[in-house]
Write a protein that binds this ligand. Structure first.
Ligand code: NAD
Length: 429
């Protein structure tokens, strides 16, 4: 009756096995897919166009949404189920067919999901091909990106590949949604409730081994609370149990690939060479049973430079490394928050409503996700999800995101016996 919902735990375990995130996060990802399906069912009755007043007597103007046709979904390894779910549910509700090209390193999740979805279609008299799957790497992605039969390319991945995809789709005047890298900051004010803020930063920085687009990578601490915050955060870091992501006690699974470990190692080396204080972590696990996996220690570093334009601050390192800087005024922290190329998620911890007003207003955070007393990661499906600047300006999931999956027509209808031109233009000899 509910094939996806019923498969939640098994599929969640498969996500955990193939991607490496811990089981509860794998299951949570499938739950997100279930949630967006429920959401899209309701939304399908509310995908309204509108009637616009006309300046001409006896005329009506309608704005009408129609399906686009074929939507290609190109997705990243770190959310091998949920990101497809966001796109599939909205795209289907809008009347489109989809072709999914998942990450080449998570084919099992995509095959399992596609089998579930196609069974639902076929039981309802619809061809399973309406939600097709193409596995493969770069070449398969390129074929979809370049195909004039694909009206919309929804791409989730790195800034590097997103730039290539964005340019390729634009060069054939196609439509594109880009959901790219994040470099997300949390700001802790002196009046923050540390009993909430410390665990939230811990989850944001260490959860999914730092492999979420919304992972907390930068932490700006007000001088008055910096020592206390770091002491409490270090205590949580020391409690991390690394190991088999399917095991109930594990908090930290491996990085997804060996090359991600190299990226982690190079970033630590760079931080050390620039004189950063590595407060905790900074190496791979040495325990025998972890040495053969890609297990790296979650790291907190205090770089010497607080210039956010420096590489160590301005690039997304897809690993559990948290860089910390200390500030005296909120304006300074907001400036640092905004000074990086990416603009996905951000989080301010305060009880002072004046700080909240500044943070969410025109001189506040320039990210797509601007949280207050909520960490940078772990979004719900109800609000549109996405980021600004080099994160790509795309929006998926809730809010008005569905409006990107349709083609809009402005239809002016004349039901009078005259044919006046707009703006009073006269064209008679
Ligand atoms: P990636 O850019 O390496 O790959 C993403 C997808 O693009 C894969 O399916 C890949 O096969 C395909 N691809 C690679 N080259 C291509 C090309 N030339 N043309 C077409 N397709 C091509 O990303 P990744 O390493 O799998 O994922 C991690 C990245 O994804 C991180 O930067 C992360 O922040 C980002 N991400 C962003 C969001 C978001 O919503 N903003 C969500 C999840 C992940």
């Amino acid at each position: 009756m509910y094939p996806l919902r019923n498969a939640r735990d098994d599929l969640g375990a498969l996500v955990s096995l193939e991607m490496g995130k811990i089981r509860t996060e794998g299951v949570g990802e499938v739950q997100e897919f279930v949630d967006i399906c429920d959401y899209a069912v309701g939304l399908s009755r509310m995908m309204n166009g509108r009637v616009v007043a006309s300046e001409r007597p006896g005329h009506s103007i309608l704005e009408v949404p129609n399906p686009l046709g074929v939507v290609a979904v190109l997705s990243a390894f770190n959310f091998p189920v949920a990101v497809y779910g966001w796109n599939l549910a909205l795209s289907l509700a809008a009347g489109n067919a989809t072709i999914w090209k998942p990450s080449p390193t998570t084919p099992l999740c995509s095959i399992a999901v596609t089998r579930i979805i196609s069974r639902v279609f076929e039981e309802n008299g619809i061809s399973g091909a309406v939600a097709s799957l193409v596995t493969g790497g770069k070449e398969a992605g390129e074929a979809l990106v370049e195909s004039p039969s694909v009206e919309l390319v929804s791409f989730t991945g790195s800034e590097r590949v997103g730039r290539i995809v964005g340019q390729a789709v634009a060069s054939r005047f196609g439509k594109v949604i880009l959901e790219l890298g994040g470099n997300n900051a949390s700001i802790i004010m002196p009046d923050a409730d540390l009993s909430l803020a410390v665990p939230a930063v811990f989850f944001g920085a260490v959860g999914t081994a730092g492999q979420r687009c919304t992972s907390t990578r930068r932490l700006y601490l007000h001088r008055e609370v910096a020592d206390e915050f770091l002491t409490q955060l270090k205590t949580l870091y020391s409690s991390v149990v690394a190991g088999d992501p399917l095991s109930k006690d594990t908090l930290l699974g491996p990085l997804h690939t060996g090359s991600a470990c190299d990226v982690y190692g190079q970033a630590i080396e760079k931080l050390r060479s620039l004189g950063a204080d590595i407060i905790t972590g900074g190496e791979c696990y040495q325990r025998e049973e972890l040495r053969s996996g890609n297990f790296v220690k979650p790291t907190i570093s205090l770089p010497k430079s607080v210039n956010p334009k420096d590489d160590i601050w301005s690039t997304e390192i897809f690993a559990p490394i948290l860089n910390v800087a200390i500030f005296d005024e909120l304006e300074q922290a907001i400036e640092w928050n905004n000074a990086v190329p990416q603009g996905l998620s951000s989080s301010l911890w305060t009880r002072d409503v004046r700080n909240v007003g500044r943070w969410i207003g025109p001189s506040g955070s320039d990210a797509g996700i601007v949280n207050v007393n909520v960490g940078t990661s772990g979004a719900e499906i109800g609000a549109a999800f996405g980021g600004n600047k080099s994160t790509g300006w795309g929006r998926e999931s809730g809010g008005d995101a569905w409006k990107q999956y349709v083609r809009w027509s402005a239809c002016t209808i004349n039901y009078s016996n005259a044919a006046p031109l707009a703006q009073g233009v006269s064209f008679a000899s």
